[in-house]
Write a protein that binds this ligand. Sequence first.
Ligand SMILES: *[C@@H]1O[C@H](CO)[C@@H](O)[C@H](O)[C@H]1NC(C)=O
Ligand SMILES: *[C@@H]1O[C@H](CO)[C@@H](O)[C@H](O)[C@H]1NC(C)=O
Ligand SMILES: *[C@@H]1O[C@H](CO)[C@@H](O)[C@H](O)[C@H]1NC(C)=O
Ligand SMILES: *[C@@H]1O[C@H](CO)[C@@H](O)[C@H](O)[C@H]1NC(C)=O
Length: 621
Amino acid sequence: MFFSLRIWLVTLLFSLCVSASLVDDIISAIENAVDCASCHTLLVALQGLALLGDSIFDTTIITVCKTLKIVDDDVCTGIVNEQGPILAHDLRSISALGQTATKLCNVIGLCQPPAVNKYTVPFPKAAPTNPKTFESTGKAPFQVVHFSDVHIDRSYTTGAEVNCTKPICCRNYADQTGPTTVPAGPMGSHHCDTPGVLAQSMLKSVATKNTQFSIFTGDVVEAAVWLVNQQEVTNDLQLFNNEMSTLLNSPIFPVIGNHEVAPVNAFPRNTSSSPLSSQWVFDTQSQGWAQWINSTAAGQVQHLSGSYSVVAPGTNLRIISLNTIYWYKDNFWLYDSDKFQPDPNGILGFAVQQLQAAEDAGQRAWVIAHMPPSGGDAFHDQSNYFDQIVQRYRNTIAAQFYGHTHEDEFVIGYSDYDNQNANTADSIGWIAPSLTPRSGNPAFKVYDIDPDTYEVMDAHVLISDLADPSFQTAPTWKVEYSARETYGAIVAGGWPATQSLNAAFWHKVTEAFVTNDVAFQEFIGFKTRGVDVEACTGDCKTTTICGLRAMRAENNCVTTQPGINFRRRDLESEHTTLSHDDHCEGAGLGFIFGQMTSKNLTQEQLSTLRQELNEVIGDAA
Ligand SMILES: *[C@@H]1O[C@H](CO)[C@@H](O)[C@H](O)[C@H]1NC(C)=O
Ligand SMILES: *[C@@H]1O[C@H](CO)[C@@H](O)[C@H](O)[C@H]1NC(C)=O
Ligand SMILES: *[C@@H]1O[C@H](CO)[C@@H](O)[C@H](O)[C@H]1NC(C)=O
Ligand SMILES: *[C@@H]1O[C@H](CO)[C@@H](O)[C@H](O)[C@H]1NC(C)=O
């Protein structure tokens, strides 16, 4: 590290005194950043900037963001002031030419992810030769509700502009002048996050489902990521904990989402040299969740970075809740070192320990988490290591449950990714659609669970349709479809009523999608609950099916493209515009850099930029 810093100082002095100025270096690096090699050059220039201090770094990026009109001025300023110092810290701590830098360039959209760093996850015991089998005795299933990505906007304002220029609307923004063209109704809009009353309506509907318990796969806070702070997030977390507590009549097993912290996504590793910490998130949730999980588990939330494990009351099912944001590419704290850190904050180790405890006790287990380990935004390394764990404990894990994508979908794990078929399919991840109407009609899932195997026998998706005339006054929650009815009907040879909707079932569903395009397009419609549905054909279809078969992210067929963030939906719909499509990161720093490097600058923009940056950097240097 010191070596590279020294080179940097030398280069910097050279560039300030002798050759062209840093301003020219930065502008030319941005202009010329078109591929992976030139992205590293850009990071070299940005590293020089970061060495001048956070303030100059932020001001420079804000200036570029505003000049290129990547997002509204206040959004540029807010996002960069929140997240810029983390990136500057990263750049001062790593080599601009190393693998961590390549990973940063992957977030910007200019490098493919580097190959997986080989690492063998240690297990306390070898897999049993005669694993315990879990057989259904045909008892009536019990119900579990799964809801996710509620993204409640406590500043939602009825009557505010729906058609705004920011990542989320239906708020009073200071720079929004002129008459309102589309006023927000009280219950929500597709351009906005969730009003409190809509979340309450959903919880009241959940309460009627006679559930044994619910799982909530995270993201409480809205996506106004340029404004969030610790006080707001803490307040939002506490409010929703209280609402769940008041309105639901059975336990809730929650997880930590990437919006549960401020700045958004920013969970530092425990190896970080920065004094900043997200301990306040774990303290808040440990306290808020103690009513549903026992004191041992509440202690784990506090001391194990938000993860916990608990046996659901009255069952033989161990629920293992993992904070997967330490495997998330948009967590900019994960780029602060060149040192190989296979298991940030011990999340993988905790999963192994708890799965071993379940195996030893003859229990079944569910893994629940916010970010699925399978997407384009999951690090290939940690996804690969997690997949090793899934494969080791495949007889114990009955199912996995995730959120984060905002879409109604699923993902399959295999014992052999080179030979994907119904026999090698051995783990299933259920991904819940979002409550926030920003990504489609608000929805949640109700599972029928076999009480012997804890496998899913059926899933009903319930939605509330924003186009329904009564939605704004009295939203209703109706069954959109049953997974067994809809997909059981397309599986070759049918699916026996006694069999769960396991990984083999879902593999056969994907096989049916290949040949039965009507069924595939119906699935595409379900993903966003009938909103903004575009036909997905050709590459889109191939990539989507590939993604469904890729619990191990290195197999997901996502290729990085300049200017297009790596979320699957972006690839599918080719929506490259800001805001309403960038579901989870919420137009963060990765988006801004992605846009910055993918635009062709006009002569006018170039000269404005040169002028502005000369003022920012020239003064300081
Ligand atoms: C939304 O705003 C854009 C730009 O301000 C405008 O062109 C468009 O007509 C508006 N849409 C509606 C439905 O008012
Ligand atoms: C909490 O539950 C776990 C799992 O069932 C158990 O091992 C632990 O002893 C419990 N803790 C307390 C304080 O009851
Ligand atoms: C970080 O967390 C891991 C896993 O819990 C632990 O083993 C390690 O000692 C911690 N490191 C520091 C510096 O706290
Ligand atoms: C930028 O310019 C290049 C070369 O002239 C062209 O191939 C590319 O399509 C342009 N990109 C955009 C986003 O306009």
